[in-house]
Design a protein around this ligand. Structure first.
Ligand code: HEM
Length: 528
């Protein structure tokens, strides 16, 4: 009884003082940050300010750079430095090659098998998280897309046991956001202060907690799989947990932290990039109503013959107009920079430019995307721009196009080994067979980076976006609220994102919304 009373008293007292403690704690926290930042500023000598060992180049003539080995021009070091991985854990470290390898091989080859699964998962998401849309219905598309992409990606990476778990979704969606905020806060401090200043950045603690949560969720699943691995006739699951488990050496197979970290890095690389672009596509569809008809017709041709058509090997490849539309959306609203690299050994370019070790490089992607030498009428949104270029290419070299391999791996490696060309209006350095596609890469086609480190998840992203757009177009009409302009991307640091608050096609208000047309199973949407 005494003990109980003691507890009760403690609780009462704690409740009484908690707000005050929080208020005081917060003041102390901000005061401490303020004082440290002030000291940093005072002691940051002018000499140090000019001691910039890494002049910042922005260039896109990367033909000579993209093939250089990692020990001369490093992507890993550049990303690790930019993301302050030492503190944020945003780096796959020794496992980055395994991660990339598994995405290039297992995940990419898995695409066709994934089609009906992704479609079924998207139907489930719509059934549980989407408005009925019997008439034009306001809807906020951006948060929906984050959840939808997180679930679809989760289905492929961790399987259905976790992909529908709210806790898993929360950890996998928030990891990148928390890390991004941590980086911004840490950047207020000069590098020499960060070993101490890290304790003032609460997001770093959240990152550690999220890693621990992910580990706790994965551990029983992996343990069960490892225990069952010897059972005969037991088919292995087909997801990233399994691929990674198979690829890790024996001594790391029960290192659940590695699995947790790789999964959260995968989420950080894939969820926001893919959901942002899908949101941008929806905004562009809402503005360019005529494109909805064109793409719906194409989707009907490809998927209109029943459930089997979602399983056909060539279905996604047939969506050429949609492929062009997505690429055009990305050209005008996608990333603003690309090819982030750090010079590790001196590099001398053919024009005499000397790049000393320590130089940081990045390419100004937004500038390239608006360069009329490569994209005539660059300010104009032309959803069929790249489709027309593919048509031209087919007329010029039908045999090259016919022999074009549907295998994304073949396309990607051929494009990496191609030689440079710089004819205006066609991005240089893409092979005849791979040019002008959403997943193509070339000197003026850098939305997915370049060279050895070009995004290994782009084929997966392409499939996810096409499944989502096809399904929505086959079931909904999309428009913005009356008089509402296309929401402009929001600039964040070196990045840009679609406006989360836009009233767009699925999120809509008043007379704007998504409304489903009435072909078999169609209804309509509107952006709020
Ligand atoms: C529209 C969606 C996406 C965009 C715009 C995008 C963009 C990029 C870019 C620009 C890079 C840097 C390439 C370079 O430095 O040369 C990259 C790297 C990477 N991406 Fe993506 N990405 C997307 C989707 C995905 C998805 C879905 C995954 C996973 C399934 C993924 C996994 C990765 C990984 C692991 C890397 C690091 C590769 C390496 O360093 O070798 N990305 N991505």
């Amino acid at each position: 009884m005494d003990a109980l009373q003691h507890n009760l008293n403690l609780t009462t007292t704690a409740n009484d003082i908690t707000p005050q403690l929080h208020a005081n704690g917060r003041s102390i926290y901000y005061a401490a940050i303020g004082i440290i930042a002030l000291c940093a500023w005072i002691f940051h000598s002018p000499k140090r300010k000019y001691d910039v060992s890494a002049p910042f180049y922005k260039l896109w003539q990367v033909g000579e750079l993209k093939g250089l080995p990692e020990d001369t021009l490093s992507a890993k070091t550049a990303v690790s430095e930019a993301m302050l991985s030492e503190y944020t854990h945003l780096s796959a470290d020794a496992h980055s090659d395994i991660l990339t390898f598994l995405l290039k091989t297992k995940a990419t080859h898995h695409l066709q098998r994934m089609m009906p699964i992704l479609k079924a998962e998207f139907q489930f998401i719509l059934a549980t998280e989407f408005p009925a849309c019997d008439d034009w219905t306001p809807f906020r598309i951006q948060p929906f897309m984050v959840r939808a992409v997180s679930r679809l990606s989760g289905r492929a990476f961790v399987g259905s046991a976790l992909s529908r778990s709210e806790e898993w979704m929360s950890v996998s969606v928030n990891f990148a956001i928390t890390a991004f905020i941590a980086v911004i806060k840490l950047q207020f401090f000069p590098p020499w202060m960060r070993p101490v200043a890290q304790y003032l950045v609460s997001e770093l603690k959240t990152i550690r907690k999220d890693l621990a949560k992910a580990q706790a969720m994965l551990e029983p699943l992996i343990e069960e799989r490892l225990n069952n691995s010897d059972a005969t006739g037991c088919e292995k699951p087909d997801d990233f947990i399994q691929w990674l488990s198979d690829a890790l050496p024996d001594e790391e197979k029960r290192d659940y932290f590695i699995q947790a970290k790789m999964q959260l890095l995968l989420s950080a690389s894939s969820i926001h990039t893919t959901s942002n672009l899908t949101t941008d596509c929806i905004y562009d569809l809402a503005v360019h109503q005529e494109m909805q008809e064109i793409l719906r017709e194409e989707a009907l041709e490809v998927f209109g013959e029943g459930e089997d058509s979602w399983e056909r090997k060539d279905s996604i490849a047939k969506l050429k107009k949609m492929d062009s539309f997505i690429k055009e959306s990305q050209r005008l609203s996608g990333n603003v920079t690309s090819f982030i690299r750090k010079v590790m050994k001196p590099i001398d370019l053919s024009d005499g430019t000397h790049l000393p070790p320590g130089t940081s490089l990045l390419t100004p992607l937004a500038g390239i995307s608006l360069d009329e030498r490569y994209f005539p009428d660059p300010e104009v949104f032309d959803g069929l721009r790249f489709w027309k270029l593919r048509q031209q290419q087919q007329q010029q070299s039908p045999s090259a196009t016919r022999s074009s391999s549907p295998n994304p791996i073949t396309r990607s490696s051929s494009s990496l080994s191609s030689t440079s060309s710089s004819s205006p209006s066609s991005p240089p350095n893409s092979t005849a067979t791979s040019k002008h596609q959403f997943t193509s890469i070339g000197d003026a086609d850098q939305n997915f980076g370049l060279g050895k480190h070009a995004c290994p998840g782009r084929f997966f992203a392409s499939q996810e976006i096409k499944v989502i757009l096809s399904y929505l177009l086959l079931h909904y009409d999309i428009k913005l609220r009356a008089g509402e302009p296309r929401p402009k991307p929001v600039r964040l640091h070196d990045d840009q994102e679609p406006q989360p608050d836009c009233r767009g096609p699925i999120p809509a208000a008043e007379d704007s919304r998504i409304k489903g047309p009435e072909p078999p199973g169609m209804s309509g949407l509107q952006t709020e």
